[in-house]
Design a protein around this ligand. Structure first.
Ligand code: NAD
Length: 264
């Protein structure tokens, strides 16, 4: 236990269960003294999130479907009533119709494209705008992205396009909100077996490929991402904004398959 986050309050959006990246970041911040409000999508997940929240001393657990502006407003209104201001937000939310996370990107229909971009990209902008209004002493906004935004990954398809837009939105919002001392950053995490990842075709193959080809010769852990999240949400990163930071055991620097790697 430490005090890096003592006196800070924040909202963590996107916990589905104990394997969620959002939960890993929440835990590392709570261990450093942060007070956290959790938001979830749908009552089925609410049941899972409540005990997790309790375990870090939080009873602020609120529903929020980020595809709905009224829901975002209602959730942040509620938090504003209780806390007045907040210091950080974690947006660990992504979604695309599973049916299009395989096969060819070029076959994505309009409706599936718009839904993926709405939930996986625009929701961070909508949340940032509402949250920034509660950050009168500055703050830190953090989202989660993936290398599929920069390069073609098998099956990532429309999510890759959504993540590219999300990463661009990090940079635009870093400028928009910088004068209010609100920082906006993204963590580009290596593959981790979560509920969302389960929807991506051949995900186990992707995990194995990363493990044998990453410089650290392993896959990133939830704890690794939690630690990097803590850095972005605490004052340790006070001089950092507009950044997309890879937490992937170095995989993104690799230009070619490791010739010494075992066969897959
Ligand atoms: P997860 O399934 O635990 O979390 C995804 C969350 O998004 C869930 O809690 C789900 O309820 C929420 N969500 C989806 N649609 C929503 C909506 N309309 N309103 C509110 N919430 C909604 O999986 P995760 O892997 O922890 O995903 C968190 C973030 O990390 C996502 O943005 C994902 O793209 C990103 N990411 C994941 C990996 C990985 O390999 N797991 C790698 C890089 C980036």
């Amino acid at each position: 236990k430490g005090t890096l986050m003592a006196g800070k309050r924040g909202v963590v959006m996107g916990v589905a269960n104990k394997n969620s990246i959002a939960w890993a970041i929440a835990k590392s911040c709570a261990d450093q003294g942060a007070e956290i409000a959790f938001t979830y999508q749908g009552e089925a997940l609410g049941k899972r999130v409540r005990p997790l929240a309790e375990s870090v001393g939080s009873d602020m657990v609120l529903p929020c479907d980020v595809s709905d502006d009224a829901a975002i407003n209602a959730t942040f209104d509620e938090i504003e009533k209780k806390w007045g201001k907040i210091d950080f937000v974690v947006h660990a939310i992504g979604w695309a119709d599973k049916q299009y996370l395989r096969g060819r990107y070029v076959d994505t229909p309009r409706e599936a494209f718009l839904q993926a971009l709405d939930i996986s990209c625009f929701s961070f902008t909508a949340v940032a705008r509402r949250a920034a209004a509660m950050m009168n002493e500055g703050g830190s906004l953090l989202t989660l992205t993936y290398l599929g935004a920069e390069r073609v990954m098998p099956h990532y398809n429309v999510m890759g396009v959504a993540k590219a837009a999300l990463e661009a939105s990090v940079r635009y919002m870093a400028v928009d909100l910088g004068r209010d001392n609100i920082r906006v950053n993204g963590i580009s995490a290596g593959p981790i077996m979560t509920l969302a990842a389960n929807g991506i075709g051949d995900f186990r193959y992707i995990l194995r490929w990363n493990q044998i080809n990453a410089p650290l010769e392993r896959n990133v852990s939830l704890k690794d991402v939690g630690g990097s999240g803590l850095y972005f949400l605490s004052d340790l990163s006070a001089g950092v904004t507009g950044e997309i930071h890879h937490v992937d055991c170095g995989y993104n620097i690799i230009g070619m398959k490791n010739p010494e790697a075992p066969d897959m």
